[in-house]
Design a protein around this ligand. Structure first.
Ligand code: TXA
Ligand code: MG
Length: 330
């Protein structure tokens, strides 16, 4: 059931409480409505992908109340601070290196060492972020492949029954998703155009912005103006494993009681560094939340491969399998 709530002080407090405890809340920003979840809670972030029917895990923008909250998550160099001073709060998202102690779920980063952060200007968004007191991951509040919503009615059409609450705060004034600039490399790169133009950014930085699509080695262009990068393990990934080869690490899902190692032995007796279980109880949200961290853990040169047990393809399982298939292809 989706509640639609007026964004008065009571409504905002209810939305903040819901976010804190892992719910999904649609809320207005000056660009478009966002589909928000507590970015510290991997299961809540996993629910975003399911609600959107997203067949894969794109990295998500994390929204925070102010510069200080952003600086607790990512490394903000001089360029980032200049842009923040000029455009925050506002329609600018910056991709920056995650801090070593960044507590945000790595599902928001799609396993990458970077995180996209934004301080929105919209009054309701800011009040919500302040009241929630946690960073909020929020893609646009539409189902995958549909237009970004700029009114509560748009969001309801797309997500009714899939989110817990829509915080209604009128139409968005920008109506176009934020400009995304990638500051994680040597040169600033425009990752998505928006209302803040490359000229405006270049003016503040006193340097040129790279605007052409710069793809990483072997990468396919995604949609125009988007950089889609994902974490790729360096050891081979073997899918649908029903047993283990000697030397393989195990990424399990559900019970491993009956899984064996070829040539003798049981998977459950492997040393701790060779085994992770995405969800012993077979919970797909838990599995999604653990996916990138556990792939990282098992991505050790000493392992001949990462053998992954079969994951059901329904709900958020589709995105998990998409990610695993990409990881297995390299
Ligand atoms: O205006 C907006 O930005 C809205 C409101 C709700 O804030 N949000 C939004 O989110 O448009 P979304 O998920 O629809 O778009 C996020 C964009 C995608 O193009 C994604 O690939 C990119 O940002 N992105 C996010 N994190 C990234 C990262 N770590 N590296 C590269 N690209 C990233
Ligand atoms: Mg979108």
């Amino acid at each position: 059931m989706t509640r639609i709530i007026q964004a008065d002080s009571q409504g905002i407090a209810a939305a903040a409480a819901l976010v804190k405890k892992g719910g999904l809340v649609v809320f207005p920003t000056e660009t478009v409505y966002g589909l928000g979840a507590n970015a510290l809670d991997g299961r809540a972030v996993a629910r975003i992908f399911e609600a959107k029917d997203r067949p894969h895990f794109n990295p998500l923008i994390v929204h925070v109340a102010d510069l200080e909250a952003a600086a607790a998550l990512v490394g903000m160099d001089a360029r980032a601070r200049k842009l923040a001073a000029a455009f925050w709060p506002g329609a600018l998202t910056m991709i920056l290196p995650r801090r070593a102690d960044c507590p945000v779920s790595d599902l928001c980063s799609a396993g990458l060492p970077t995180l996209a952060v934004r301080v929105p200007r919209h009054k309701i968004a800011r009040q919500l972020l302040q009241a929630a007191g946690v960073p909020v991951a929020a893609p646009s509040a539409n189902r995958s492949g549909l237009l970004s919503p700029t009114t509560p009615a748009h969001a309801m059409q797309s997500l009714q029954g899939r989110v817990d609450m829509v915080l209604a705060g009128g139409a968005c004034d920008v109506g176009l998703e934020s400009t995304v600039i990638d500051l994680s490399g040597r040169d600033p790169v425009l990752a998505r155009p928006g209302s803040i133009t490359p000229e405006m950014l270049a003016d503040v930085l006193g340097m040129d912005i790279v605007t052409g699509q710069t793809l990483q080695d072997g990468e396919q262009p995604s949609s125009p103006g988007q950089l889609l990068r994902h974490y790729a393990p360096s050891v081979p990934v073997r899918l649908e494993a029903v047993d283990l080869l000697p030397g393989e690490a195990l990424l399990a899902f559900g019970s491993i009681r009956f899984m064996g190692v070829r040539g003798g032995g049981a998977a459950k007796d492997l040393p701790e560094e060779m085994i992770r279980n995405l969800s012993p109880e077979g919970d797909l949200y838990e599995a999604a939340a653990n996916l990138f961290a556990m792939l990282h853990d098992l991505d050790q040169p000493g392992h001949s491969a990462i053998a992954v047990m079969a994951i059901p393809g329904h709900g958020v399982g589709m995105a998990i399998n998409d990610r695993l298939q990409r990881a297995a292809k390299r």
